[in-house]
Design a binder for this molecule. Structure first.
Ligand SMILES: [Zn+2]
Length: 230
């Protein structure tokens, strides 16, 4: 089955869609495959059609925390239209396969400068990312790991469009910026409550309304910021 279309591109009028996608190529990222590494040139932008890409900050001591998860609702490299030339984050495929439409950054920047429909879409998307990032800062500072764990699983679920996806506890700890043992306790609590099943590197959401109730308010707020149809 071919991957579904990226929802930012789907919002384009037919003529713009045809003109722009004709200049794009499909690339597929497998697990841990990098779109950008920290400090690397932002030479292209990507519009995911399936899967989930993670944007992760790596600190000097090697510790990491996810700052964004991007699926078919979003894009990677949008900051190039603001003049960014290098990535500050490690951006890689978290849930494969992630098929993305790729456009050279120079062509993307020129297109946004035209002031057409894509410009409005990208501006709107940027506002959503900024609002979500602000919310994420407050969430990470103030909310309990159990709530954040539930929120993160739900956000992944929406982007994958399925209740089951591959995920190790070690990876979940990396994404949440906490110790592995802390994630084990949090995931154990959600599993004991019958909300998720966790085994062999896969997580399955058993009770979505229950998991939403276990999440902090941030899930609903972050979900509302994007066009997520999952
Ligand atoms: Zn929160």
């Amino acid at each position: 089955m071919p991957p579904s279309e990226n929802r930012l591109l789907s919002a384009l009028p037919p003529q713009d869609y045809a003109r722009l996608t004709a200049r794009m190529t499909d690339v597929t990222f497998e697990h841990r495959g990098n779109a950008y590494r920290p400090g690397a040139a932002l030479d292209a932008v990507y519009f995911p059609r399936c899967g989930v890409m993670s944007s992760v900050m790596i600190l000097l001591d090697g510790s990491t925390a996810e700052v964004a998860a991007t699926g078919g609702e979003g894009m990677l490299g949008y900051s190039t239209f603001l003049g960014a030339t290098r990535s500050v984050e490690d951006v890689f495929c978290q849930i494969p396969p992630c098929v993305c439409r790729r456009l050279p950054a120079a062509e993307f920047v020129a297109e946004v400068a035209r002031g057409g429909v894509l410009t409005a879409i990208v501006h709107n998307y940027t506002r959503s990312v900024l609002a979500t990032s602000a919310h994420l800062i407050a969430c990470n500072a103030l909310h309990a790991v159990n709530e954040r764990c539930a929120r993160w699983l739900l956000m992944c679920r929406d982007r994958v469009g399925a209740d089951e996806f591959p995920l190790t506890q070690e990876f979940l700890a990396t994404m949440l910026g906490v110790r592995r043992a802390t994630v084990t306790v949090a995931a154990g609590t959600l599993q004991t409550a019958g909300l998720i099943a966790y085994r062999h590197g896969h997580v399955k959401i058993l009770d979505r309304p229950g998991l939403e109730a276990a999440s902090c308010e941030c899930y609903a707020a972050m979900r509302g910021a994007f066009d997520i149809s999952g």
